[in-house]
Design a protein around this ligand. Structure first.
Ligand code: G3P
Length: 219
């Protein structure tokens, strides 16, 4: 399973990248706003900086909700770094049409704000590179986000769709582990959830004992 980090924070992206396990970055307008990135040029510059840190897979989201606007913005985002940028488009009728347009041009896309298997089917049929079911936001309303990931994976495998299932809105470490079981191709996670995978009290206790034993004989 690939790991993306779900943030626009450059320090966190650098930290995750330095761990050596990062395959990409996802951003969205809320995450950009959290970093106080204002205006088109500042956004583009920020994406450029993210592309300088990571090797590939930088999802950059359009703001437009109409087809023509999505195409214009998607072209501009792609031009920032054609080898690394993935154009992120909402799962609306206009968004699906734009996914199709970019997929025909060979540009990679991430179809976002997916909450049902029907939406995921349309994204795949339009040729999306990634589809992003939002796990945490479904859990927030007492639905089962991980079950949606598993359902999409089953459907894509049954019909041979190549679209990769990117589990998004991951809130904690257990979501990542459950998405592994569900067969997600990618999980995009906050840094804390990634670091949480490392945590085990027996690792800490074991290391402390090793170091204490080493210190005893080397005193
Ligand atoms: O990848 C989508 C993600 O950023 C949404 O996460 O926590 O706002 O539901 P959240």
């Amino acid at each position: 399973m690939k790991f993306f980090i779900d943030t626009a924070n450059l320090a966190q992206i650098r930290e995750a990248n330095e761990m050596g396990v990062l395959d990409g970055v996802t951003t969205n307008p809320s995450l950009m706003a959290k970093e106080n990135i204002r205006g088109d040029e500042a956004c583009k510059e920020h994406y450029r900086q993210i592309c300088d840190i990571v090797e590939d897979n930088v999802s950059a989201e359009v703001i437009a909700t109409d087809y023509e606007g999505m195409i214009r913005e998607g072209e501009e985002l792609h031009a920032i770094n054609p080898a690394k940028i993935v154009i992120k488009l909402p799962c609306t009728a206009e968004g699906i049409r734009a996914v199709k347009y970019f997929s025909k041009k060979g540009y990679r896309t991430n179809c976002t704000l997916v909450f049902s298997v029907g939406q995921a089917l349309l994204a795949a049929k339009a040729g999306a590179t990634f589809v992003s079911p939002f796990v945490g936001r479904l859990d927030d309303i007492s639905e089962d986000g991980v079950e949606l990931v598993a359902h999409i994976v089953r459907v894509y495998r049954t019909y041979g769709y190549k679209t990769q299932v990117l589990a998004a809105s991951i809130r904690h470490t257990n979501h990542i582990v459950k998405c592994l079981d569900a067969g997600a191709d990618v999980a995009t996670c906050p840094l804390n959830a990634i670091k949480g995978l490392l945590k085990h009290p027996l690792t800490d206790i074991g290391l402390e004992k090793f170091l204490a034993d080493h210190a005893k004989v080397n005193a």
